[in-house]
Write a protein that binds this ligand. Structure first.
Ligand code: SAM
Length: 283
């Protein structure tokens, strides 16, 4: 169903491209065109997008250092009936980007807040890197200091869901080296670089191999990164003996791996661990 693009007095949270300007969605473009004002993280950066769309729009800056101060005036404009499009430099506002305080304040004031969804680097990376996106944890940027970074990684070492990080070119090699130490060199990960841009690359391998790969060529460390790391295998202690027994019994009438997958589905345990334990128990 077609929907009106602009309802007066609404705060629109508009996703913008993460590199390729042609990724701007039709609703995003229409919303930017009809909004009274565009609240942008960096007005000069957003001007390039508005020029690309041939829109001469009023912009106001809204970034992490002025958001607390600016948000009340923007909410007053919304309450006065103007509509505002909130954008960040790239991708979806609020995702490792400013906007949370404005959205929260607008909602508290009873202002309608409506998302115009579109590009987001973490979703783009998960969609194409070949590591399960069924259950994942988004951690944003790791701490810059080595000690704090290792501490943050250690707290995630047993996490069984897929892990997603944002990383800068200056720290990518050190961060992946720390991941190999803390998560283990065998753990699989994907380095998703410059997505949607000319030098886009997605390189997946064991963490230990990725350390060498990054250090082998400075060009591989350039640009913006999403790092996707496979979750830890569920610990063996999580498998109850009766589940292992069920896999063994079912395994008598179907391929053992299929039996393990079935029991994993109903118990939530890892099918690989169930399979291995059932196999070892039968040895
Ligand atoms: N709001 C954005 C989003 O929706 O993805 C993220 C903003 S955050 C300040 C910027 C970080 O996102 C970059 O340092 C990088 O880790 C990641 N990123 C943004 N664009 C990217 C791209 N084209 N390829 C890979 N990573 C990207």
């Amino acid at each position: 169903m077609m929907q009106r693009n602009e309802v007066p007095g609404t705060l629109y949270v508009v996703a913008t491209p993460i590199g390729n300007l042609d990724d701007i969605g039709a609703r995003a473009a229409a919303t930017l065109a009809s909004a009274s004002v565009v609240a942008a993280e960096d007005t000069r950066h957003t001007r390039k997008l508005l020029d690309h769309l041939a829109l001469g729009k009023e912009t106001v800056s809204l970034h992490e250092h002025n958001e607390n101060r600016r948000a009340p005036a923007l909410v007053a404009r919304l309450l006065g009936g103007e509509s505002i499009a909130l954008v960040s430099d790239a991708g979806t506002p609020l995702v490792s980007d400013p906007g949370y305080r404005l959205v929260a304040l607008a909602r508290e004031a009873g202002v309608p807040v409506s998302p115009i969804p579109g590009p987001c680097a973490l979703v783009a990376a998960l969609s194409a890197c070949g590591i399960s996106a069924a259950r994942f944890v988004f951690e944003g940027f790791l701490p810059a200091a080595a000690g704090a970074r290792r501490g943050a990684l250690s707290a995630l070492a047993a996490e069984t869901r897929t892990l997603v990080f944002y990383e800068s070119p200056h720290r990518i090699a050190a961060a992946v080296a720390d991941m190999a130490v803390v998560f283990g060199a065998e753990r699989r990960a994907a380095l998703c670089r410059e997505l949607t841009k000319r030098h886009e690359s997605i390189h997946a391998d064991a963490l230990g191999e990725l350390v060498g790969w990054l250090n082998g060529d400075a060009n591989r460390r350039r640009g913006e990164f999403v790092v996707v790391v496979a979750g830890a295998e569920a610990v063996d202690a999580g498998c109850r003996p009766e589940w292992i027994e069920a896999v063994r019994e079912l395994g008598a009438s179907m391929p053992p791996k299929q039996a393990a997958r079935l029991i994993a589905k109903v118990t939530g345990a890892s099918s690989q661990v169930l399979y291995r334990q059932a196999r070892d128990a039968g040895a």
